[in-house]
Design a protein around this ligand. Structure first.
Ligand SMILES: *Cc1c(COP(=O)(O)O)cnc(C)c1O
Length: 390
C-alpha cells in the first residue's frame, strides 16, 4: 500500500512541469489564429447557419489534413458516429463490438440505431480494443452464415467493430482489420480523440470503412460543438451528407426528401472556428507532444506510477496525458485525484466502464480484466496546448 507521501511526490513532479500552479484546466481551447476574423465574416455576411463557404472549406481542409477522401461536417461527434453506423446499414438488433473503456457516446450511437453493444476488452499498451483477445473470443462465440457473422449465444448478427483511439493513442489497426476480414465485420473508427494521430504513418480514421471525429470544446481542435464523418468511399460519403441534411434532394426551391433524414449539419459559424483551428494543428500537436515529453521525464523515477507513452506503431496527439498507478486500487486513485484538485490542477479518472452503466449492464460482453485494471489506475493530467509556448 502506498503512502500519502508517495502521492505527494507525484503531484509535486507534475506541478514542476507546469508554467503556473493554480486553476489549470484539463483541456482548454486555444484561440490564437484567425478565429475572430472568420467569425466576423459569418456575421457580416449573414451566413451563420447550415450552409456557407466555411462548411465547404472545413470539409476540404479536413480531408486534406487526414488524407481521407471525404469529410462531412456535422453537429457533434455523437451524431457523426450515429451516421457512420447508419451508412454501413446497421439494423435494429445488430450487435456492434465496442470497447468497454470509452466515452458513453460510442455506445449511445449504437443504441440510437436500435442496435446492441457487445463489449470488448482493452490492451495495456494501447488502452484500446485488444485484437488478439477479440479474435480468440470470436472463435468461441461467433459463426459465419451467408457471409455475415452471428453471435451463437444471442442469435444476433454482429455487424461491425467500433474501436476508439483512446486519449489519442491508436489501436493496432492492422490486427483489427485482419479480425474484421476473418469474421466479415465492418470496421468503424471512433477517432473523436485522435485528430492528428497516426497509425504507421497513416492518419487514424483512415483505416475503417467510415470514421467519426469530434470538435467539442475539450478536443484537439474545437468548433464549439461539432463532428465529422470521414470515408474513402464516395457513395457512403454522399449518403452521409444526404442523411445529415434532412435527405433533401437538391433543388432551387422545391422541398422533396427521399429518406428519413436528420438535421445533423454543422452550422457555418462553427465551421468558421474549425477552419481557423485547423490552421493551427501543427502547433497544437507540437506543443502537446512536447508537454507529454516533459511529463514523461518528470515522472520517470517516481515510484508507483507510470507515464503512458505512445504504442510503437502510433504517432499520437497526446490529447489527454495519462498516468497509471501501479496499484489497481480505486480508493488510492481517488485520493490522488482529490490531492491534484486540492492543488488547483484539474485531473480526472477514466470513464466508468460502459458495461457498468444501468442502460448497458445486460449487454453481451467478453471478460474485461484489462479495462477493469485501467479504470482503477488511470488518471488524466492537464493537457491543454496553451500550457506550453514552444
Ligand atoms: C468526444 C467523444 C465523442 C463525441 O462527443 P461529442 O461531444 O458528441 O462531440 C465520441 N467518442 C469519444 C470517445 C469521445 O471522446
Amino acid at each position: 500500500m502506498k503512502t500519502d507521501t508517495d502521492l505527494t511526490r507525484i503531484v509535486e513532479s507534475v506541478k514542476a512541469v507546469l508554467p503556473y500552479q493554480q486553476n489549470i484546466g484539463l483541456h482548454e481551447p486555444c484561440f490564437q489564429g484567425n478565429e475572430w476574423k472568420y467569425l466576423k465574416e459569418c456575421i457580416d455576411t449573414g451566413w451563420v447557419s447550415s450552409v456557407g463557404k466555411f462548411v465547404d472549406q472545413f470539409e476540404l481542409k479536413l480531408a486534406d489534413f487526414t488524407g481521407v477522401k471525404k469529410a462531412i461536417a456535422v453537429a457533434n461527434g455523437t451524431v457523426a458516429l450515429h451516421l457512420c453506423l447508419k451508412v454501413i446499414e446497421t439494423e435494429p438488433d445488430d450487435e456492434i463490438l465496442v470497447p468497454a473503456l470509452t466515452f458513453v457516446a460510442t455506445a449511445n450511437a449504437v443504441s440510437h440505431c436500435g442496435a446492441v453493444c457487445h463489449f470488448a476488452d482493452s490492451e495495456e499498451h494501447t488502452l484500446g480494443i485488444d485484437p488478439i483477445r477479440l479474435d480468440k473470443y470470436l472463435q468461441k462465440i461467433a459463426i459465419l452464415k451467408n457471409g455475415s457473422c452471428y453471435n451463437k449465444t444471442t442469435g444476433r448478427r454482429i455487424k461491425a467493430v467500433l474501436p476508439m483511439h483512446t486519449f489519442g493513442h491508436s489501436v493496432d489497426l492492422d490486427a483489427l482489420v485482419e479480425v474484421c476480414n476473418t469474421y466479415k465485420l465492418m470496421l468503424v473508427e471512433d477517432a473523436a480523440e485522435s485528430l492528428g494521430s497516426y497509425y504507421k504513418g497513416r492518419h487514424t480514421g483512415n483505416h475503417g470503412v467510415v470514421s467519426a471525429l469530434s470538435f467539442n470544446g475539450n478536443k484537439i481542435i474545437t468548433t464549439g460543438g461539432g463532428g465529422a464523418v470521414m470515408t474513402n468511399d464516395e457513395r457512403l460519403g454522399r449518403l452521409a451528407k444526404h442523411l445529415s441534411t434532412t435527405a433533401k434532394v437538391p433543388h432551387d426551391w422545391a422541398f422533396y426528401h427521399d429518406m428519413v433524414g436528420y438535421n445533423y449539419r454543422m452550422p457555418n459559424i462553427n465551421a468558421a472556428l474549425g477552419c481557423a483551428q485547423l490552421e493551427q494543428m501543427a502547433i497544437f500537436i507540437k506543443r502537446k507532444r512536447a508537454l507529454a515529453d516533459l511529463y514523461a521525464k518528470a515522472l520517470k523515477d517516481i515510484h508507483g506510477v507510470t507515464f503512458f507513452t505512445e504504442p510503437r506503431f502510433s504517432k499520437s496527439n497526446y490529447w489527454l496525458n495519462v498516468i497509471l498507478l501501479q496499484n489497481t486500487d480505486i480508493e488510492l486513485r481517488n485520493r490522488l485525484i482529490t490531492m491534484f484538485r486540492g492543488n488547483g490542477l484539474m485531473v480526472r479518472p477514466a470513464w466508468t466502464l460502459i458495461n457498468k452503466l444501468p442502460m448497458y449492464k445486460d449487454c453481451p460482453s467478453m471478460e474485461l480484466p484489462v479495462a477493469e485494471k485501467i479504470e482503477a489506475s488511470l488518471v488524466n493530467l492537464p493537457s491543454s496546448a496553451g500550457l506550453l509556448s514552444v
